[in-house]
Design a binder for this molecule. Structure first.
Ligand code: ATP
Length: 312
């Protein structure tokens, strides 16, 4: 339904001189949930989110955010939109509380400062000069600033880059809480595991185009990569029926036979027959499906490896 769409972008193109950052991109996002934009350096993620925020103008195409045109209705839009930029310069000489108060004053209504301090877990730092915060604390402050007016839509550009695992998990909790409150969060990230575990929907971008879009579950299901199956049975198994079902033997790993297959369902069905007809007991079965990382690498192909951050 059109009115459930919180973001609508059609034919979005952005050129910087001879560089084409977005190549006619279409994106529709419904209200509620967490949407992750994933892609290598230079894919066009920041360009896309900054167009949605009204900070950059598309060269062509149409865009509507919360029913408004960000290029002409930026002011009204920002009342209902929370934005965290990739790089935010904090004004010097203000404490965390003063900073939140300052940003709260820009809006017609804002949450109580203490509730925001609570949300981003900065109570103990409330009276500390914001420039003396650690990197992770500064990042949480910037997210607190994005949430100060209780926006319906929150756009976060790489909110967890550079955070330690604990700080990253804490921020994930803040984002999950937004989801529980029915808010919509759009975030860009380089962390594939973050997208897999946090996002309801993942949009992969390469060279200014969407190359995959779906739930992590759907995207993994579309992978052409093989699954691996390990089997431990209580005797000698004739594996011919498994091979006939398309499994490729990869030898032994300890007590387990190891197979690769693009059709694990067929292998498991064949295994049932093997166990019954050969009078064997299954002691252990392990299955490794392709991950979102495999899908990402399939789609991004020759992207340099240091663009892929798998273990936050
Ligand atoms: P990263 O993950 O490194 O932040 P990104 O996916 O956000 O990358 P963008 O910052 O949107 O990518 O950049 C997309 C392309 O547009 C890149 O080739 C970049 O060099 C170019 N670009 C971005 N901003 C500008 C600008 N202001 N002037 C010229 N070229 C730009």
């Amino acid at each position: 339904m059109a009115d459930a769409l919180i973001i609508q972008a059609h034919g979005l193109r952005k050129e910087y001189g001879s560089t084409v950052a977005l190549q006619g991109l279409d994106l529709e996002i419904e209200a509620g949930g967490v949407v992750g934009i994933l892609g290598p350096n230079g894919a066009g993620k920041t360009t896309l989110v900054e167009i949605l925020e009204g900070l950059r103008k598309p060269t062509s195409g149409s865009v509507s955010v919360l029913g408004m045109d960000p290029t002409t209705e930026g002011r009204s839009l920002r009342e209902r939109l929370g934005v965290q930029l990739q790089k935010t310069a904090l004004p010097p000489e203000l404490t965390v509380r003063e900073m939140l108060r300052l940003f709260a004053s820009f809006y017609s209504s804002a949450l109580p400062i203490d509730s925001v301090l609570d949300k981003v877990d900065l109570n103990s730092q409330a009276d500390q000069n914001a420039t003396t915060l650690s990197g992770g604390q500064q990042q949480r402050l910037v997210v607190g600033i994005a949430l100060i007016h209780d926006p319906q839509l929150v756009i976060l550009d790489e909110p967890t880059t550079g955070l330690d695992p604990k700080a990253r998990r804490d921020l994930h909790e803040v984002i999950r809480e937004l989801r529980a409150q029915g808010r919509t969060t759009l975030l860009t990230t380089h962390y594939i595991e973050e997208a897999e575990h946090l996002c309801d929907r993942v949009v992969m971008i390469r060279d200014g185009r969407i190359v995959a879009d779906g739930t992590p579950f759907e995207l993994v299901g579309q992978s052409r990569d093989s699954s691996t199956i390990w089997l431990h049975v209580d005797g000698t198994m004739d594996i011919a029926p498994l091979l006939a079902a398309g499994a490729e033997p990869l030898g032994w790993e300890g007590t387990h036979y190891k197979f690769s297959t693009t059709d694990p369902t067929a292998t498991v069905l064949a295994l049932g027959d093997v166990l019954r007809s050969q009078g064997l007991q299954l002691i252990d079965l392990r299955l490794r499906r392709p991950t979102l990382e495999d899908v990402y690498l399939e789609l991004m192909g020759d992207v340099p490896e240091d663009d892929v951050e798998v273990s936050p």
